[in-house]
Ligand binder design. Structure first.
Ligand code: TPP
Length: 608
């Protein structure tokens, strides 16, 4: 069977296991080729090939709902549901999304790519199907990493309570990005390393059943020893105490045994967890041998990037400040924490995919006299806003948020852009917010943040390469920096990386005899009042940010200007309130006028 002749999961029916094994080889080759060309998620998809084939043979998608937690491992699912040709344009503007997408296929029920949500969707769908007497199955695939997120526990707990018919497939490869950090995972590992567990458990149950009628005493004794044995194997007890039947573990690369397990699972009433052991990066030696993250995705910290500036300075600060500790929610590599962790292993904490817990744990550490820094992507931090606002902000705790991938991030699409951070941070009383425009600015801000003790500080920076500047082009403290002297007509302000675009726009304007003042505001909150006084004297002020235009940095600036006695006209440029698809960041900025041409055109329109 040729993969490129497969249009529909129904084509998988009636195939021999030998044919399916051959198909899996073809799928692996396609995954590797696509990721090598366009980057994306490699290890997780290579590990889920057989599992995805088995799921599509046992369940009837899209009638049955196959739900993927996070969704980064759904490439194989896409290939089996008629989208193979789309991989030529994987993650490119207008091309195939790197995550499930409802616009792409009726086989994709959910498309948000933030982890740990799938059990809640599953509970909701199963409730709706039950209520409507709609006999569809619901299958939720969740990784051991995603299982460390609090929402997963909430979902399990509620599923066990409600008894909804959901098949939960725990795709356990022992890894998130890095090896999964979780007590439950350690117990799962015990099972993983003991393949006789299943056989032994079946035997004990059988014996107990057989001799159970001999006498009450023996029965009770056997029950107790069953319980004791079960407790030795915590995960089954963990799930079953929550009201979820546990079966497993099964070899996640053996289609026959997977199918048998899935068929058995649907026979039970109520929620069942099928524990499947897989190998991340399976079948591709470089991924199998990557000890950090089995090539979870391609590309880590790039030289010259903002992340690299953070990573480098953090180690230096760690030497100077023994109280400094760093926290990550399962992403020590891509957030740039590895050098710090290597040097100070006991001062670096991976808390699992648990951003909310990370923030409140940081609050506790700060209360106890440590100086915690939370390194996190902008998009993932927004789910912990309540914790930032109340657990940290209200307590005026000096937690430092190092917010990577702020602004438009590009190929990962709507759920991965960091468009909300400035909107949210500007609403936390007492929070200081920095937006660096260069490698050196980020380093300076991180050092300055260490001396701000009265409340939380956030430094938010964009993905990718940072401009490199010389010492005299770096500000200090909470001051803005005037980077171009104009004639008082037009003032341009570009927050963070958008400073570059405003400088370029000023050059275009200069060619048309418009001599603009340019500021690098540096600090989003509190805005520098000397800068406000100065720009208030201009005829036209244009602020540019790579976040939502409404309620963000420019909006706060406009608010402050409106309180002055000034006739200046202000235009706030940023991203409109919309979900922005995947694409190249430069193209996306240009689409919203956030490039030199767009900014200069806006200025000319305002002057006209
Ligand atoms: C809330 C949230 N935080 C962080 C991430 C980044 N992230 C994407 S996949 C992943 C690891 C997932 O591990 P697991 O669920 O075990 O799946 P695997 O890739 O190992 O198959 C992480 C941390 C995310 N998607 N969502």
């Amino acid at each position: 069977m040729r993969l490129d002749a497969l249009n529909n999961p129904l084509d998988l029916q009636g195939r021999s296991f030998a044919e399916l094994d051959d198909l899996c080889e073809q799928i692996r080759a396609q995954v590797i080729a696509a990721v090598n060309q366009h980057s994306g998620h490699l290890g997780s998809n290579l590990g889920a090939v057989e599992l995805t084939v088995a799921l599509h043979r046992v369940f009837r998608s899209p009638h049955d709902a196959i739900l993927w937690d996070t969704g980064h491992q759904a490439y194989v699912h896409k290939m089996l549901t008629g989208r193979l040709s789309g991989f030529a344009q994987l993650r490119q503007e207008g091309g195939l999304s790197g995550y499930p997408s409802r616009a792409e296929s009726e086989h994709d029920w959910i498309e948000n790519s933030h982890a740990s949500t799938v059990l809640s969707y599953a509970h909701g769908l199963a409730t709706a199907f039950y209520t409507n007497d709609d006999r569809r199955r619901v299958v939720a695939v969740i990784g051991d990493g995603a299982l460390t997120g609090g929402m997963a526990f909430e979902g399990l707990n509620n599923l066990g309570h409600s008894g909804r018919d959901v098949v939960i497939v725990l795709n356990d490869n022992g890894r998130s990005y890095a090896p999964t950090v979780s007590r439950l995972s350690e117990s799962l590992v015990k099972i993983r390393s003991n393949p006789t567990y299943m056989r032994r458990q079946a035997k004990i149950e059988e014996i107990a059943e057989r001799i159970g009628w001999v006498g009450e005493q023996i029965k009770r004794g056997v029950k107790m020893s069953k319980a004791a044995i079960r407790e030795m194997w915590e995960p089954p007890a963990f799930f079953e105490n929550l009201g979820i039947r546990y079966i497993g573990p099964f070899d996640g690369h053996d289609i026959a045994s997977l199918e048998e397990a899935l068929h058995n699972a649907v026979e039970f009433d109520g929620p069942v967890l099928v524990h499947v052991l897989t190998q991340k990066g399976r079948g591709y030696a470089p991924a199998e041998n990557d000890s950090i993250k089995n090539m979870h995705d391609i590309g880590s910290v790039k030289e010259g990037s903002y992340t690299a500036a953070f990573s480098e300075t953090l180690v230096k600060l760690g030497d100077q400040h023994p109280e400094l500790v760093a926290i990550t929610a399962a992403m020590p590599d891509s957030t740039g924490l590895l050098p710090f962790r290597e040097r100070f292993p006991e001062r670096c904490f991976d808390v699992g995919i648990a951003e909310q817990h990370a923030v409140t744990a940081a609050a506790g550490m700060a209360m106890g006299g440590l100086r915690p820094l939370v390194a996190v992507y902008s998009t993932f931090l927004s789910r912990a806003f309540d914790q930032i606002n109340l657990d940290v902000g209200l307590h005026r705790l000096p937690v430092i948020f190092c917010v990577d991938r702020a602004g438009v991030t590009g190929p990962d699409g709507a759920s991965h852009h960091g468009l909300l951070d400035m909107v949210l941070f500007t609403k936390v009383p007492g929070m200081t917010v920095f937006a660096p425009s260069s490698y050196q600015e980020l380093q300076q801000m991180l050092e300055d943040a260490m001396s701000l003790n009265a409340g939380p500080v956030a430094i938010r920076w964009s993905r990718g390469k940072a401009p490199h500047v010389s010492d005299h082009e770096v500000g200090t403290g909470l001051n803005a920096r005037k980077t171009r002297l104009g004639d008082g007509t037009v003032a341009l302000l570009g927050f963070g990386q958008m400073h570059g675009a405003t400088m370029a726009a000023a050059e275009l304007l200069a060619a048309r005899q418009i001599n603009a003042t340019v500021y690098d505001p540096r600090v989003v909150v509190p805005l520098d009042t000397a800068m406000i006084d100065d720009i208030a004297r201009h005829e036209v002020v244009v602020s540019v940010e790579d976040g939502l235009r409404i309620g963000g940095a420019g909006a706060a600036l406009r608010d402050m200007l409106s309180e002055r006695d000034t006739n200046c006209r202000i235009r706030v440029m940023g991203i409109p309130v919309t979900y922005v698809d995947h694409g190249n960041p430069d193209d996306i900025h240009a689409r919203f006028g956030l490039d030199a041409a767009g900014i200069s055109a806006e200025v000319e329109a305002l002057l006209a």
